[in-house]
Design a protein around this ligand. Structure first.
Ligand SMILES: NC(=O)c1ccc[n+]([C@@H]2O[C@H](COP(=O)([O-])OP(=O)(O)OC[C@H]3O[C@@H](n4cnc5c(N)ncnc54)[C@H](OP(=O)(O)O)[C@@H]3O)[C@@H](O)[C@H]2O)c1
Length: 299
């Protein structure tokens, strides 16, 4: 078995955790749960004001619960669909937290209608996959040196992803046959394939894990004003509490029992086989190459 450094082991000064989309929903709940372990936190948020509000809330809660101040919590501005912003954020993360215990790639969007970023990429794919791909690769030296967990939030919707149906470049830029659920599923399949390719390339050093957190009563359903979403919002009382999923995700990011689970796809807290298209290794390798070109990295 490969020996990997373990920044999740108990040490005098616990290593920090980086969480994207940490101001709302699952990301906020994961950060709240991690604050309970007294780890330094880096909240990567696209809006600094919303990030600072989340950080204040977490600090106040820690103080009320323990009577002590929390470990340091930093807000780093990071708009995942803007690759210049991701590059600036990565610099800041490297300065603040050079040996992260974990990077939790959580932020995500669902867009009912085709929208493109300023750089011309389809917004769901840019946020959910490309931004996280770039952030992770920019942090590579630190993640590998620290033996970090790389926890990529995906979804069971990956089962409906059909990345092989068209040239990947077309899918990354927004195909003419765009459908919201199809694009979301493609981005979540990209998340699963990214974790598999990370395990193949960097698996001797890091612990990449893809997680489906369950169907959550979060703000994701409020962000599209369509009839379908109106119906889905009526069902939120039957969905999981994001706080439960956040506690689980915090455990997967830091608990030692996940040390040997590199490359896994996890449904809530159970490692299971993902549903993948034919030739997943070829597709994962091609996706890595196309994503690197898209974000301006040499492979
Ligand atoms: N909800 C579910 O049922 C469910 C099921 C399976 C998987 N998931 C996955 O769980 C993750 C979290 O979703 P959620 O349900 O917690 O959704 P949410 O409540 O809508 O929160 C999404 C978070 O992502 C952030 N975000 C969106 N676009 C961003 C960008 N361009 N750059 C940086 N951050 C951005 C949001 O920031 P703002 O507040 O500034 O917009 C927010 O903090 C996503 O990856 C989602 O696909 C959710």
């Amino acid at each position: 078995m490969t020996e990997r450094p373990s920044p999740t082991a108990d040490t005098e000064q616990a290593a920090g955790v980086v969480v994207t989309g940490a101001n709302a929903g699952l990301g906020l709940e994961t950060a709240r749960a991690l604050a309970g372990t007294r780890r330094p936190l880096l909240l990567l948020c696209r809006d600094r004001r919303r990030g600072e509000a989340a950080a204040h809330g977490i600090r106040d809660e820690a103080a009320a619960r323990t009577g002590m101040s929390s470990a340091p919590i930093h807000v780093v501005r990071c708009d995942l669909e803007d690759f210049a912003s991701v590059r600036e954020a990565a610099e800041e993360v490297r300065a603040l937290c050079p040996r992260p215990a974990a990077l939790v790639n959580n932020a995500g969007v669902y867009r009912a209608r085709l929208e493109r970023t300023a750089a011309g990429f389809e917004r769901t794919m840019a946020t959910n996959h490309l931004g996280h791909f770039l952030l992770t690769l920019l942090l590579e030296p630190d993640l590998r040196a620290a033996g970090s967990r790389i926890v990529q939030v995906t979804s069971k919707a990956h089962e409906n992803g059909r990345l092989g149906r068209r040239p990947l470049d077309e899918i990354l830029r927004g195909p003419a046959d765009y459908r919201g659920f199809g694009a979301y599923s493609d981005s979540k399949l990209a998340n699963v394939l990214f974790v598999r390719e990370l395990e193949r390339r960097w698996g001797a050093d890091v612990i990449p894990i893809a997680v489906h957190p369950g169907v959550l009563a979060s703000k994701i359903w409020d962000r599209n004003r369509t009839v379908a979403m109106w119906f889905v919002r009526r069902l939120t009382r039957f969905m999981r509490d994001p706080a439960d999923a956040g506690r689980e995700l915090a455990g997967i990011a830091t608990a030692p029992e996940w040390d040997e689970r590199g490359g896994a796809y996890v449904n809530l807290t159970e490692p299971v086989d993902p549903t993948l298209p034919e030739e997943p290794e070829r597709l994962a390798a091609e996706l890595w190459g196309r994503s690197a070109e898209a974000v301006g990295l040499a492979t």
